[in-house]
Design a protein around this ligand. Sequence first.
Ligand SMILES: *Cc1c(COP(=O)(O)O)cnc(C)c1O
Length: 371
Amino acid sequence: MQAPFREPIYVTRPLLPSISKVSKRLEEIWASKWLTNNGPQHEQLEAHLKEYLHTDKLVLFNNGTLALILGIKALSLKGEVITTPFTFPATVEALDWNRIKPVFCDINPNDLTIDATKIEGLISERTTAILGVHVFGNPCNVGLIDEIASKYKLKVIYDGAHSFGSKINGVPISTYGDMTMYSFHATKLFNTVEGGALSFKDPALEYQLKLLKNFGIDNEEVYLSGMNAKMNELQSAIGLEVLKEVEAEREKRQRLKKVYEQQFSEIPGVSVVNKDSNSFQYFAIRINEKEFGKSRDWVNEKLKEYNVFTRRYFYPLCSSFDWYADLESARPENLQAANIAVKEVLSLPFYGDLDLDSAWRIGEIFKEINS
Ligand SMILES: *Cc1c(COP(=O)(O)O)cnc(C)c1O
């Protein structure tokens, strides 16, 4: 019998740089009295992230959700956008804020991203874009999505909140689509406490986005109706220090992933969702109730007795929100793979400070709870 962990094991812990390094930067900020509005910390972080993400077009925001809302606005999207129900609510809420009707497309049961083979059947004369999510760092079928988008002259946006620094066959993920959103929330691999960014293709968008996040103001003139979505100097300063530690964190998580994978390869009914993803933001499994003997929800509850706190990402499906009850595309019979996945997927504790032995013990707990 595995004993419960003495301390609670949470699904994630934020990557925190040493306080003394952050203090040094805070002293710079205090000396300059420049707290926000494109100060030196912000400009440095933007430059470093461009390098890290291999893009020369990147704008920072105070969170990922506002980045996505304003990105959609900058692309002048309207009407309908085809998207996935298996995501964090923010993806679809960004469409709502732009008064765009989401059209839900089922997911690919293997990688849980939007099922690109089903997109074409959902296109109408009101469709203006496809909004895919690289779920758990699993890249969308970018090739097919590109083909469909050029055939029907649609824009392509990716919610890349799970794919910071990911590559597809060695190509940076920011290369694909018209725009990619990143979230730098505390729970993400790279964080600025709260924060986000957009990378994009069309160079003209840079000025639009910078206006949009600053009330539409440039040099005391107001050019459009924007809002306030600027990343401040404190967020940027923390981000600069966190960024230095991301690679080491990724390596630690890579070792953890190996331990989990080894353990789950021996457990019938449990499969790893993001086997091939190289983002290392989450470690997600699927529990097949018939084969494993217990349901995902039962496991999620049972693990609490061992002081292990997992998360049902993503539960519920966005298509099941009350306010989409009238949408044809939201009906469960049109989203069969998503409706199965939403009952089976579970995110396990995954962060660099989790020791390998704890990951191994979590595997051992799985081996004993189903008997
Ligand atoms: C975290 C997350 C967001 C929201 O990002 P914030 O920075 O928290 O606003 C959006 N989409 C997905 C898939 C996420 O995981």
